[in-house]
Design a protein. Structure first.
Lengths: 438, 679
């Protein structure tokens, strides 16, 4: 291509990109110790049944892309591990992406680009996180001391080294907690949610009510058999896991009201009950070009139409979704009614509520989103219809892929046309993806 | 650089004056030691002694192995002790010559280095082996009823100490390169890419050898040997009685008498092995070895399965699935219950941990075993094995569902143990495609698999099933689809007779002991408890319809009362939880009721049924019957199989016994029509 084109202002897909299938593991709540599955095994748990039902062989896949925030020490470039363990060709490239809470969606976006630009016809993409396996690290001072200890040869030198060891060096670093904090603004993710609650005046009761509804919606969906994208996981001790296990069918505002705030102690409002659960899980999707769809006669779940990434103040990272979704809405000249179903990842109940409030507040829409009027009031009966992060958990790397997969299921179930999936991203970003049924 | 080619060897002398001697037995896939090869090696040693290279490296030109042992075919040509002794002396002398060479000798080992092969490398100064999964070193001679005779018994205890050496020779087990390094059998275990560099380096700068630690060398001391020998005899007796398996005892005696005196040991090996190899035990074990080889080469059909789908996640189905995945296949296992599938994975993980040890290897095999509740694997499978409960209607309904989904040319097999194939295949659009692949429990332990065919079964399908069985490293035995096929049918009268004896008041211990004394690996009562009394009852009831068998009430009563054997904690024996699956057994006492004909009653019913099976053509010939019964029931291998045993006995006397029992115990002892032709 010798002729130079000026980049156009409108994003346009060069080739259409289809989602042809997808599967996920049940999301398993972290129970204070490493769970039965590390990230690679979770990804395999979703990948093996997904591959078993395809008309093509794993070797026919052109590329594997996975989102993962904190792979285990033996899981560097986890996408490559997944590809090889699934039986993809050893010549098939695989890479892992990290955009914090949206890593799974980032993987889908990368896969979309690969297919759109003709680099690939068939891509396996998704996200995985085993938060219960997040590493616990040694303090840097301890590492430095160990280095000195290893160099101490004589008994004297060893005694000398021992004298320098301090009890404080033994304090471990919980990588999970560090990962859920913003190092620049010095706030935990929960504190950014507290800021939003304050900014949009969202009460404790209101966020608890949202959390209860999330549990109720997931319970209803489970009872109605609407979670069929879940593939049963089997451990090696004779147990199986066939459903998201963080759900509390008996949750109520009264019960949630008894919980203490965990981030802004003791006067805050954000509690473990109205935040996303710390969870292990994986979600995988198969994306295909028109060629691949025709070649193997693949069933099409939907089309990835557009995507957007946006940045904002890290202290208000929870509003990321409105910043990412607004440009898509503008680009396609959509109003809220043009979207049939919405998935906005529930990192915190109040954060989703803040997004809705922001879109309905003239000042915010004008100053932050550069809109003339407001977006309007989003119909909550079409938002997160089968629950979300608060009830089923938010394995950070996986959620972005999960909401896209589930949104496609919701669209199909309701014979609806168009859906929007979006997440807030720690560090002050938002991601969104526009989907359509074909 | 010079190169010389011989019939079974290539000799290359490089620029550093190191001689590289590659063993490359003509017209063979693997190197085995026979007279011709040993003679040629001897003449090459003549040349080397005059040429005086800087060092000699002995290696194998075969891709998969070093030397797999002595040529067992040669064993069958030995006529008398003198001939045997001469053959052994020949082997010993060439290894002695290698040992006496006045330059450095190095053995460079990859793949199997067994029996005479390991004895040969013990004559070298240094041993280097490839650190890979295929490298196995061992002295398996006892498994053929003999013991090492080319100096292995003389050298190994000196090299690594008696306890480890005797353990290897008495068990016959093979070990990895790493284990061999740990024991001190080899000097270096290195990856493939470093083998030649290592050998060159060792020749140019022979490394210092550490002497054996005091406590290890002390085990060969004249004062220690008698004590250790006593312990070893006791350990061996727990596994193989002396009157059935004389070789291990002969080896212990030899070492106890001469250990440490090399000349005497070598001479002792010669005398002892020459005597053993002509004995009944060795001759029968050698025969079984060849029969096993025959089963292994039954088919040349090129069928290769990549994907296997198992339907039914019970103990049999689940374990078949686990085994296939272990043998390298992609396996889907289908069951309606997720809880059942979870147990399949649990058992598989346990098996893999035991077999493979390294977590990564375990994970790799588990990745190949996919629980498949919805039967997604059927459409891609090369082999579909049905292993659901024994019900004609259920199986037929399943086949009707499965057959249209299957790939053309894929194998449809059933693991049924009792339903005739033509009854089952009736519902198929192509009845000729159904074949029986009948495994035994526990799948990972039992090598034999019955390949069951009906009259209308497509011969190509049978050949494919046979090839598949070899692919998963099991022994295929073709049988006709008659009730009980071969193994269960021959086993059942023996088990039922044991139940009858027990209900007559003979204690289970006494019954089991009678069978053990005959040479069975496990008593019939313990076997019934292990298999499960409900399963025994089901098989017995199926067989009773077509055979002359009464199902003892005692068996029914036990099953009705929920006493199903080991799995329920009680059958004929009690299995207390604290003994972890081992029965509560009291030693047979003086006061026990002990009918004098107990062993005959048990074994003659089995032998009689074997005769009937041969006459009816359940298997093609006598050899197939013997090998099937040995590998399917554990029938005393040192007796060479039931029909071989009958022939080796006074057949007229056996028949007389049968007639006598017929009179005293009734119809079930009616001699089969074929006896008269034998007698």
């Amino acid at each position: 291509m010798s002729e130079k084109k000026r980049p156009g202002p409108v994003k346009k897909m060069i080739r259409p990109v289809y989602v042809v299938d997808g599967a996920r593991t049940p999301f398993l709540k972290a129970r204070g110790k490493p769970g039965m599955f590390n990230a690679a095994n979770l990804a395999m748990g979703a990948g093996r049944p997904l591959m078993a039902r395809q008309a093509f062989e794993p070797g026919d896949i052109d590329e594997v892309i996975m989102g993962c925030v904190m792979p285990g020490p033996d899981e560097a470039n986890i996408a490559r591990l997944l590809a090889l363990r699934l039986g993809c060709d050893k010549h098939t490239p695989a890479w892992t992406v990290q955009r914090n809470c949206a890593s799974g969606m980032q993987a889908l976006d990368c896969a979309t680009q690969s297919i759109a630009y003709g680099h690939a016809n068939l891509v396996l993409a998704g996200g995985v996180e085993s938060m219960s396996h997040a590493p616990v690290l040694l303090a840097e001072k301890m590492v430095a001391w160990l280095g000195g200890w290893a160099r101490a040869r004589t008994t004297g030198a060893k005694l000398q080294a021992l004298r320098q060891l301090r009890p404080a060096y033994f304090k471990p670093i919980i990588a999970l907690l560090r990962g859920l904090s913003d190092p620049l603004v010095g706030l935990s993710m929960g504190q950014t949610a507290e800021i939003l609650a304050h900014r949009f005046d969202i009460s404790r009761k209101k966020m608890d009510a949202y959390a209860v509804r999330s549990h109720q919606r997931l319970t209803a969906a489970q009872e109605a058999g609407h979670m069929d994208e879940i593939e049963t996981l089997y451990d090696t001790r004779g147990h199986f896991y066939d459903a998201d296990d963080g759900v509390r069918a008996d949750s109520s505002v009264e019960k949630l009201g008894t919980l203490k705030p965990v981030f802004d102690r003791p006067f805050g409002k954000v509690t473990a009950g109205n935040s996303a659960q710390v969870t292990d899980g994986a979600a995988l999707l198969l994306l295909a070009s028109e060629n691949a769809v025709n070649k193997w006669d693949l069933p099409v779940l939907g089309r990835i139409v557009d995507s957007e990434w946006a940045g904002l103040d890290p202290a208000q990272m929870g509003l990321g979704p409105v910043h990412a979704m607004t440009p898509i809405m503008k680009r396609h000249k959509f109003t809220l009614d043009d979207i049939d179903y919405w998935e906005i990842n529930e990192a915190f109940a109040t954060q989703v509520q803040a997004c809705l409030a922001a879109w309905n507040e003239p000042k915010y829409c004008r100053e932050e989103l550069h809109m003339r009027g407001v977006m309007g009031e989003l119909d909550e009966s079409r938002l997160n219809v089968d629950g979300g992060g608060v009830s089923l958990g938010h394995p950070v790397g996986a959620s972005g892929a999960r909401i896209v997969l589930h949104l496609l299921q919701v669209l199909e179930r309701n014979k609806a046309q168009r859906g929007m999936a979006s997440l807030c991203i720690g560090g002050g970003q938002g991601g969104a993806m526009l989907l359509e049924r074909v | 650089m010079t190169q010389k080619n011989y019939k079974h060897f290539q000799l290359e002398t490089d620029a550093d004056n190191i001689a590289w001697l590659s063993i490359d037995k003509a017209n063979a896939n693997a190197n085995t030691l026979n007279r011709e090869l040993v003679d040629e090696l001897d003449s090459i040693l003549d040349e080397l002694e005059t040429e005086r290279p800087r060092g000699l490296v002995i290696l194998s030109a075969k891709t998969g192995s070093f030397i797999v042992g002595a040529d067992i075919n040669e064993f069958t040509t030995i006529k008398n002790t003198e001939q045997a002794r001469e053959l052994i002396r020949r082997g010993q002398s060439v290894i002695n010559r290698i040992e006496g060479l006045r330059f450095t000798t190095v053995a460079l080992i990859h793949g199997h280095c067994l029996g005479g092969g390991l004895e040969l490398v013990l004559g070298c100064d240094y041993r280097i082996a490839e650190d890979g999964v295929k490298t196995r070193l061992g002295l398996p001679e006892v498994r053929l009823g003999i013991h090492p005779g080319f100096g292995g018994a003389a050298r190994l205890p000196q090299l690594i100490g008696a306890p480890a050496a005797m353990d290897l020779m008495l068990s016959g087990r093979a070990i990895s390169a790493r284990a061999a390094k740990r024991l001190g059998i080899i000097d270096f275990a290195v990856p493939d890419r470093q083998l030649k560099d290592a050998a060159r380096s060792v020749v140019q700068k022979p490394p210092h050898k550490k002497p054996l630690p005091f406590w290890k060398s002390a085990t060969n001391h004249g004062l220690v040997r008698p004590l250790l020998a006593k312990i070893l005899r006791k350990k061996v007796a727990a596994k193989a009685p002396k009157n059935h398996y004389p070789a291990p005892y002969a080896l212990i005696d030899l070492w106890a008498r001469h250990g440490g005196n090399k000349q005497a040991m070598l001479q002792g090996e010669e005398l002892s092995v020459a005597k053993l190899v002509l004995g009944d035990t060795a001759q029968n074990l050698i025969r079984v070895f060849f029969l096993q080889e025959k089963l292994k080469s039954l088919t040349k059909n090129p069928f290769k399965a990549k994907r296997v789908h198992i339907i039914g996640g019970g103990v049999m189905g689940g374990d078949i699935a686990a085994w296939c995945a272990l043998r390298g296949m992609q396996v889907t296992v289908q069951d309606r219950q997720e809880a059942t599938l979870a147990k399949v994975i649990q058992r598989a993980a346990k098996l893999y941990k035991k077999k493979l040890k390294k977590p990564r290897l375990v994970e790799e095999v588990l990745d190949r075993l996919t629980p498949d509740k919805d039967g997604l694997g059927i459409a891609q499978a090369d082999v579909v094995i049905e292993a659901i409960f024994e019900n004609i209607e259920a199986k037929q309904n399943l086949y009707r569902e499965v057959e249209p989904q299957m790939k053309p040319g894929a194998l449809l097999a059933t693991n049924t143990s009792s339903i005739p194939l033509d009854v089952l295949s009736d519902c198929l659009s192509d009845p000729a495609r159904l074949v029986g692949i009948h495994f035994f429990n526990p799948v990972a332990m039992m090598q034999l698999v019955e390949i069951v065919s009906a009259k209308n079964t497509d011969p190509e399908v049978i050949a494919k099933a046979t090839a598949f069985t070899r692919q998963i490293d099991r022994l295929p035995l073709p049988v006709t689809s008659t009730p009980g096929f071969l193994v269960n049918r021959v086993l059942m009268p023996y088990l039922l007779e044991a139940v009858v004896l027990e209900s007559e008041g003979v204690s289970p211990q006494v019954i089991d002991k009678a069978a053990l004394d005959f040479g069975m690996p496990m008593g019939p009562i313990a076997l019934a408890d292990t298999v499960g009394l409900d399963i025994c009852l089901a098989v017995a009831e199926t067989l009773s319809q077509s055979m002359n068998v009464d199902v003892p009430d005692r068996l029914r009563n036990l099953v009705e009362n929920g006493k199903l054997g080991k799995k329920s904690g009680q059958g004929f024996y009690r299995y207390p939880a604290k003994k972890k699956g081992k029965p509560e057994i009291e030693k047979p006492g003086k006061g026990d009721y002990f009918p004098p004909d107990i062993q005959d009653r048990l074994m003659l019913r089995m032998l009689n049924e074997a005769q009937a099976c041969l006459r009816e053509g359940v298997v093609s010939d006598k050899d197939m019957l013997d090998v099937g019964i040995i590998f399917g029931t554990g029938f005393a291998p040192f007796l060479g199989g039931p029909l071989h045993y009958i022939e080796s006995q006074n057949t007229e006397a056996l028949l007389e016994k049968m007639r006598h029992m017929h009179e005293s115990h009734g119809e079930r002892f009616t001699p089969d029509a074929s006896w008269t032709s034998v007698a």
